[in-house]
Design a binder for this molecule. Structure first.
Ligand code: TGC
Ligand code: FAD
Length: 409
């Protein structure tokens, strides 16, 4: 990984003084009965890790806009990278519900920590697993799974976000290599990555996927500064100036936009679970605060308007949990459609953002401070609402699915 350890020693100092994470699980419809022992064990392990390694430092990291890069290796150790990719290829060898509950626990800690894991697992390991040659898989996947190597995923460009089909990044044949030119924007992890999965057009205009290793001449990854959201996650650009990409690094078979979009389906599914984690953390904090904060001689949780907020929160969380569990079952059976994934991503992220705002209100003035997690989750969720397809793009995907009319063309 690149040399981005700045601030990590002071983060660890801060950890000594941070307060304890009091989060308790909320399962109103006893959905845990639908989970297997493996799911429950995976969830418990990740929850413990978040309490120990994320909660004590995350407010400080977000406050100072520092990415806790020491967690990349730990995420590998707890099996957060590619939980549903076969273990032979560096993954966890579990099913898609196990993947979901792991993403939920990570995002309960912070959306940026879930981003670290979902980019590595779903957007870097998954395309290599699905589209690369056996030799390429064995070269990169085990090291990505352990966190020894860090990857990023380059689809979005400065002028092509929601419409990646218009991309201008391109490759030209040059004997044993392709020459890559162009730029990618808003790329999670790029400044600390060892390799990038990049999508670019070939000379026939077809979108091709390839692995570009950092350190290759002409390839740079400048950091993007000034984010008010995902402040504990590092984001950058990918700039390609006559970069020679060996032909063996290009995925042999997959051509067209369905290559990157199939990876996005995996990652969006993980986000649908993850957003529930952020919502649960906000609800948990608001519930506890409502029981402890006294105004007008009684806990604010005793006022009907506070109860309305909390009752609506747990109702929306429970609906999202049911939707997502069912989607996970369909994923496990290979029956989930990309449109079903879009519905869950849009619904759950919007639900979590509304809950973060309501939870912030229940905390009154304290809600705007980093004593409580709501405002950090709220700011993070503004990004989650936008990346991996914006709220409105997913709405139009559902609209197209139910009407048969394509609003994009
Ligand atoms: P369209 O003509 O509809 O489709 C092109 C081909 O792709 C197939 N397809 C899919 N395949 C798998 N999964 C999906 N979700 C798919 N959606 C479409 C489709 O069947 C077709 O196949 P074929 O065989 O006919 O060629 O494409 P379009 O150009 O009209 O675009 C449709 C649209 C707007 C839905 C798509 O462009 C889109 O989803 N745009 C949103 C872009 C986006 O999500 N970008 C995300 C960038 S990565 C990111 O944000 C990472 S954040 C990381 C973090 O967590 O930190
Ligand atoms: P635009 O596409 O310009 O959209 C602007 C607005 O117009 C949105 O509200 C959108 O909904 C609306 N709009 C666009 N088209 C339509 C339409 N047809 N109908 C109605 N409304 C429309 N990308 C990667 O490739 N890799 C990454 O790792 C990655 N990480 C990210 C990390 C962060 C912190 C952020 C903020 C973004 C990241 N992205 C990444 C990029 C992300 O996927 C894009 O920001 C997203 O797809 C939207 O593109 P855009 O920002 O260019 O917005």
């Amino acid at each position: 990984m690149g040399n981005f350890e700045n601030g990590v020693s002071s983060i660890l100092d801060f950890k000594q003084s941070a307060k304890t994470d009091q989060y308790q699980h909320h399962d109103y419809y006893i959905l845990d009965e639908l989970l297997s022992e493996e799911h429950l064990l995976a969830r418990a392990a990740v929850r413990d890790w978040v309490k120990q390694s994320v909660s004590p430092i995350i407010e400080d990291c977000a406050n100072r806009s520092v990415c806790p890069t020491h967690l990349f290796k730990e995420l590998g150790e707890i099996g957060a990278y590619g939980p549903s990719i076969p273990s032979k290829y560096g993954g966890g060898g579990m099913d898609d519900i196990a993947y979901g509950v792991i993403m939920q626990e990570l995002e309960r800690g912070d959306s940026g920590i879930r981003s670290m894991a979902s980019v590595q697992g779903s957007l870097v390991m998954y395309p290599i697993y699905r589209y690369a040659s056996e030799e390429q898989k064995m070269k990169w996947l085990p090291k990505l799974g352990s966190g020894e190597l860090i990857g990023c995923f380059g689809l979005t460009e400065p002028d092509h976000g929601s419409n990646p089909a218009g991309m201008i990044t391109n490759i030209k044949d040059d004997g044993d290599a392709y020459i890559l030119n162009g730029a990618k924007m808003w790329i999670t992890n790029s400044p600390v990555a060892d390799l990038a999965v990049v999508w670019a057009k070939d000379e026939t205009g077809k979108i091709r996927g390839m692995v570009v290793e950092t350190g290759t001449k002409g390839f740079s990854t400048p950091e993007i500064h000034g984010k008010w959201s995902l402040r504990a996650s590092i984001t950058g650009e990918l700039v390609f100036e006559d970069v020679r990409v060996p032909k063996e690094n290009v995925f042999p078979e997959i051509k067209g936009l369905k290559g990157p979009l199939s990876c996005l389906t995996k990652a969006r599914y993980g986000i649908a679970w993850g957003a529930i984690g952020a919502a649960l953390d906000c609800y948990d904090s608001a519930l506890r605060y409502s029981q402890e904060r006294i105004q007008f001689g009684k806990p604010i949780g005793a006022f009907q308007l506070t109860q309305k907020k909390l009752a609506e929160m747990i109702t929306e969380i429970t609906k999202a949990q049911l939707l997502t569990w069912r989607l996970g079952s369909l994923m496990n059976q290979g029956k989930a459609t990309p449109s079903q994934v879009s519905m869950a991503k849009r619904n759950n992220v919007h639900m979590a953002l509304e809950i973060a705002r309501e939870a912030r209100q229940i905390h009154g003035g304290m809600g705007i401070t980093n004593e409580y997690p709501c405002m950090r989750h709220m700011m993070n969720l503004e990004t989650v609402l936008t990346y991996e397809g914006t709220h409105d793009i997913h709405l139009l995907i559902t609209g197209m699915d139910v009407t048969g009319f394509n609003a994009f063309k």
